[in-house]
Design a protein around this ligand. Structure first.
Ligand code: IPE
Ligand code: IPE
Ligand code: MG
Length: 235
């Protein structure tokens, strides 16, 4: 099996998974969060080098206050627990998205986790929190405009690579495979620039049930794709 270097996942369906069991949505988020821990172990076992997950979007603040608060509580405990997961998997953790919207203690946990894990090299784990691709582009282009205004950069510098350096994912290769669970077939504002040539895999499985066997199915699908990048397939 040819394993992709970078797998991105839109982890969706926690609420429906819980509803199907007659449980509150927040129970689904708890299980989804536990699943995030085991998928990191699986990804590392399979030799995938980069994993990016969409955990909270800029649009997700519109959910009920109760649900947003439950998610914040979950982030608080997960970010602490993630120190152990990072150590166990020798994984570097990076949060993408605008973290300034979170309470100060959450921002502090993020900084601590990123700093603690910065020298680990087996797996690079990006978690998108308060992330929206359009917001990322707006923030990045503002910084670029400032650099041009101050003379640090010039309009002549602008090309695709240069734009990439202003995104939250700067320095990280684009995903090879994108997985979205729970049967939805849209990007919901995730990595619009970075997914330009990525293979997409959609499954009806809800995120809390997405295990290693399901991940292997997605990779097998990826293996059977005929990747052209605008050219003609060789052989
Ligand atoms: C994904 O599950 C997790 C987050 C967006 C936080 P959902 O909460 O979107 O679950 P469904 O789509 O309502 O089932
Ligand atoms: C996308 O899922 C965002 C995350 C998984 C964090 P949503 O469930 O929020 O997206 P929509 O509302 O179905 O597009
Ligand atoms: Mg959803």
């Amino acid at each position: 099996m040819n394993v992709p270097d970078h797998v991105a996942i839109i982890l969706d369906g926690n609420g429906r998974w819980a509803k199907a069991k007659g449980m509150p949505r927040t129970y689904g988020h708890m299980k989804g969060c536990a699943n995030l821990e085991s998928i990191c172990d699986d990804v590392r076992d399979l030799g995938i080098k980069y994993l990016s997950v969409y955990a909270f979007s800029t649009e997700n603040w519109k959910r009920s206050r109760e649900e947003v608060e439950a998610l914040m509580r979950l982030f608080r405990s997960y970010l602490k627990r993630c120190l152990k997961i990072a150590e166990r998997n020798q994984m570097r953790v990076k949060i993408i998205g605008d973290i300034s919207a979170f309470d100060e203690d959450i921002q502090e946990s993020i900084r601590k986790l990123e700093d603690f894990s910065k020298d680990y090299k087996d797996l690079y784990f990006q978690i998108a929190l308060n992330y929206g691709s359009r917001d990322e582009i707006v923030r990045g282009m503002r910084r670029m405009a400032e650099d041009i205004r101050s003379g640090k950069a010039s309009p002549d510098n602008i090309d695709e690579d240069f734009i990439g350096t202003y995104l939250d994912t700067a320095g990280i290769p684009d995903p090879d495979l994108l997985i979205r669970t729970s049967g939805e077939m849209r990007l919901s504002n995730f990595l619009l620039w970075q997914l330009a040539y990525t293979e997409f895999y959609f499954t009806d499985v809800y995120w809390p049930d997405f295990d290693k066997a399901e991940l292997v199915k997605a990779i097998e699908y990826y293996n059977n794709r005929d990747r052209r990048y605008g050219g003609v397939k060789e052989g």
